[in-house]
Design a protein around this ligand. Structure first.
Ligand code: ADP
Ligand code: ASP
Ligand code: MG
Length: 412
């Protein structure tokens, strides 16, 4: 057996007992002859606790200092897990992201990994050690500590698996695999035995928090064998791999939702070449990520533009637009918070017309208003008022025949 990478999320290392269970699970793989690299998240909800403490000091804390603070969460877990290995009689060593050679862009809060200098990991593995690496963190070329964005430990694990040419990367979490919808929201969600990289990437991008989107991107790019499974129960998980939709026979494979959506409408922009690019360049220069864009009420003189942003970016967006009103030459702005995006995903949609129409009908039959729509070859998304999220996700899950007969037993 070669190298394998295990990743354990916050709940999986949420207490001393859980850390001891993780050590035993990894020890079994070592006994079977594997060289193991273990990536861990911060314990339980400790990253949220750190974020809260910072916000009590400053509403907009320095991004550099936020990374300095949040990176400490994972350091607690690597040290404790390594001690647990020692206690079981196994040789192990813990490494921070930078000690593990994880290099990132010079961006705080959501840096991308640019390279991994894996020499130190390989030499420890060759000495027979279990290597325990802090997820979610890295370092820029000039030595600044960065983090990869919330949920980013998955990406650390997959990037290490790619760099080490590992046989397998296993993401251990608090559900038994990837489901057709968030099993905490849809009790009849079904576990998928496998899912394609593209479908998983859409689901992750559209709010299925079980995998960090960049982890899926990296797994696809480097052909990493990836599975998602429970750290609580012994049960086969979900394989993320190249599968064709022909094999699954289902047009829609999953429903995702994201309750962090706000809409901004810019009213009365001049209808001339360059207006749109000026607007979105201004937002981009201020690091505001825009998702869905709709141009409406177009006439020869004026146009209205609506777009969605994350709720966290709403106030900043309104501030930036107000500051540039003269330059952008619009009349007024309106906005709506408390929205959600529900999406259906499936590679089979490419060859099945009418899926979007069916989605709109299901939502309107359930009296759910649709504010915005966006489609790609393998997904349709609708923005709706947040209060309807639960109803919308369950309605679509049933309508597209994803329900299991019996209530799924999900948690271990
Ligand atoms: P970890 O701390 O292990 O990284 P996360 O909380 O990030 O765990 O991810 C696991 C959670 O993802 C589950 O508890 C579940 O509520 C949520 N989730 C959302 N969508 C899905 C889905 N389609 N399948 C499985 N879990 C999902
Ligand atoms: N601890 C970080 C978070 O809570 C990273 C992770 O868990 O993947 O977002
Ligand atoms: Mg996670």
């Amino acid at each position: 057996m070669g190298i394998i990478v295990h990743k354990y999320g916050g709940t999986s290392v949420g207490s001393i007992e859980r850390i001891q269970c993780v050590a035993q699970r990894v020890a079994k793989a070592v006994d079977e002859g594997c060289q193991c690299v273990v990536v861990v998240s911060a314990m339980g909800k400790s990253t949220d606790v750190l974020v809260d403490m910072a916000k009590q000091i400053a509403p907009y804390p320095s991004e550099r200092e936020m990374d300095m603070l949040l990176a400490t969460g994972e350091q607690v877990s690597i040290a404790l897990l390594t001690m647990a290995f020692h206690q079981l009689g196994y040789d192990a060593v813990s490494l921070t992201g930078w000690q593990a050679g994880i290099l990132t862009q010079p961006v705080h809060g959501r840096a991308r990994i640019t390279g991994i200098d894996n020499e130190r990991i390989i030499s420890y593995l060759n000495e027979g050690k279990i290597v325990v690496v802090a997820g979610f963190q890295g370092m820029t070329e000039d030595g600044q500590i960065t983090t990869l964005g919330r949920g980013g430990s998955d990406t650390t694990a997959v990037a290490l698996a790619a760099s080490l040419k590992a046989d397998l990367c296993e993401i251990f979490t608090d559900v038994t695999g990837v489901y057709s919808a968030d099993p905490r929201v849809v009790s009849r969600a079904r576990k998928l035995s496998s899912i394609s990289y593209d479908e998983m990437l859409e689901l992750a991008n559209l709010g299925a928090g079980v995998l960090h989107p960049r982890a899926v991107e990296c797994a696809k790019k480097y052909g990493v064998r990836l599975t998602v499974r429970s750290s609580f129960v012994e049960e086969e998980g979900t394989r993320v791999e190249e599968v064709s939709s022909m094999e699954t026979g289902l047009v829609v494979r999953g429903v995702a939702h994201d309750e962090d959506v706000a809409r901004v409408t810019v009213i009365g922009m001049p209808s001339r070449v360059g207006s749109l690019s000026n607007l979105f360049m201004t937002l981009a220069e201020n690091n505001i990520n825009v998702d869905i864009i709709i141009q409406s009420s177009y006439d020869a003189e004026e146009t209205n533009i609506s777009f969605s942003v994350s709720t966290a970016d709403l106030n900043k967006t309104l501030r930036v637009l107000a500051a540039h009103q003269e330059k952008l030459n619009f009349q007024s702005i309106s906005h709506e918070a408390d929205l959600a995006k529900v999406s259906i995903v499936g590679a089979g949609m490419i060859s099945n017309p009418g899926i979007a129409a069916q989605m709109f009908k299901e939502l309107s039959d359930a009296d759910i208003p649709i504010r915005m729509v966006s489609t790609s070859e393998i997904k349709v998304s609708c923005v709706i008022p947040k209060e309807f999220t639960l109803l919308a996700v369950n309605t679509l899950h049933t309508a597209f025949k994803l329900d299991v007969e019996e209530e799924a037993v999900v948690h271990g």
